[in-house]
Write a protein that binds this ligand. Structure first.
Ligand SMILES: [Mn+2]
Length: 309
C-alpha cells in the first residue's frame, strides 16, 4: 500500500535585523506562484529488495531538515512542499505509481518538480510522472551515479537497482540515458554489456576527479536531443568520506563541486523539468554530513531564473 501525507510546517532560524536579505530556504516554503514543487518518497522497499541497508524512507525528512536553514539566493523564487508519498509494503511499484501521479499533477502548475527519495526506485516514479504530464515529449535522462541501475526486473520485481531497465522496457525505442560517475568496481560486466547494447552514454568516475568538463559533451548531447530532461542524482556517487550515509558508499567517488558543475550544465539547458536526489540513509549518517550534501544539491536544483538560459 502507498499513501500520501501532507507536508509539515517549515521552520528555522530568523534574523529579522537583516531584513529581506536574511532569507533562508524555510522562508520560501509555500510561497505564492512558486516555480518549484518539492515532494518526498518515503520508501525502503526498493533498497531492501536490492539487498541494501534500509533507512531511505527517512531520507525526505532529513533532507528537509538540512535544507531549512540554508541561505536562499536571488534565484530562489519559492517552493511548494507537496508532502510525501509513503510506501508501506515490500513492493515499491504501487508507490512508484502514486508518485508518478503526484509529479504529473504538480507539473501542471510548476516549472520543476524536485523529488526527495527514497532509494533509486524513486526514479521510475519520477520519470512516470514526467511522461504522464508530457505524453509525446522526447525525455532525456541524466543519471549522476556510481551505478548503472539497469538490473532486470526478475521474479523479485522492481527494486532500487532496476529503475532504468524499467524505463527502457516501457519505451525501448526512445530510451535516451547517460550515467556520469560510474565506478568500474560497482557494476558487473553483465550490466556494462547491457549499457553498451542500449547505447547508454557512460562517463567513468575516474574522468570526473578534477573537473566536470569530461562530462559536458554527454550532457549537452542528451539536452540537445530532448525536449525535457529528467536529472537524477544518487548520493552514492559522492566520495564515501564525504557522504557515508548511503546504502553503498563509494571508496573513490566524484567530488561534490564536480557534481555541482554537472548539475549546472544540465540546468543551463533550460529543459530540466523533473529531478530527484536519492539513496540518503539517515541511520548511516550520524554526523548529518550526507544529508547536508543532499540539501546543498536540492538547494541548487531549486534555483530558477537568471542562471538558466
Ligand atoms: Mn543508483
Amino acid at each position: 500500500m502507498a499513501y500520501h501525507v501532507a507536508a509539515a510546517e517549515w521552520s528555522g532560524r530568523n534574523d529579522p535585523e537583516d531584513g529581506d536579505l536574511a532569507r533562508r530556504m524555510h522562508h520560501l516554503a509555500n510561497a505564492a506562484d512558486a516555480p518549484v514543487a518539492l515532494i518526498g518518497f518515503c520508501c525502503d522497499a526498493g533498497i531492501s529488495r536490492n539487498k541494501g541497508h534500509p533507512g531511505a524512507a527517512q531520507g525526505p525528512a532529513a533532507i528537509r531538515m538540512a535544507l531549512s536553514n540554508l541561505a536562499a539566493s536571488a534565484q530562489h523564487r519559492g517552493f511548494l512542499d507537496a508532502g510525501d508519498v509513503v510506501v508501506a509494503e515490500e513492493d515499491p511499484a504501487p508507490g512508484q505509481k502514486e508518485l508518478g501521479k503526484h509529479v504529473a499533477g504538480l507539473l501542471a502548475n510548476h516549472k520543476r518538480v524536485v523529488i526527495l527519495g527514497g532509494g533509486h526506485e524513486t526514479a521510475f516514479g519520477s520519470w512516470s510522472g514526467l511522461r504522464r504530464a508530457h505524453p509525446s515529449a522526447r525525455i532525456g535522462i541524466v543519471n549522476i551515479d556510481a551505478h548503472l541501475d539497469l538490473r532486470t526486473v526478475g521474479p523479485a520485481g522492481a527494486s532500487s537497482g532496476t529503475p532504468f531497465w524499467q524505463i527502457q522496457d516501457a519505451e525501448p525505442e526512445s530510451f535516451t540515458y547517460a550515467v556520469l560517475g560510474v565506478a568500474d568496481e560497482a557494476n558487473t560486466a553483465a550490466l556494462m554489456e547491457r549499457a553498451r547494447d542500449w547505447s547508454v552514454d557512460i562517463v567513468p568516475d575516474h574522468h570526473l576527479q578534477s573537473s566536470a568538463e569530461p562530462g559536458f559533451h554527454c550532457i549537452d548531447r542528451i539536452c540537445s536531443e530532448s525536449d525535457l530532461v529528467y536529472l537524477t542524482i544518487d548520493l552514492d556517487v559522492l566520495p564515501g568520506s564525504l557522504a557515508p550515509g548511503v546504502s553503498a558508499p563509494a571508496a573513490r567517488g566524484v567530488p561534490l563541486c564536480v557534481v555541482e558543475a554537472l548539475i549546472d550544465r544540465v540546468m543551463i539547458s533550460g529543459k530540466l523539468a523533473v529531478t530527484d536526489i536519492v539513496e540518503l540513509c539517515p541511520p548511516r549518517d550520524p554526523a548529518g554530513l550526507t544529508a547536508r550534501c543532499a540539501a546543498y544539491l536540492a538547494r541548487r536544483l531549486m534555483q530558477t531564473g537568471p542562471t538558466e538560459s
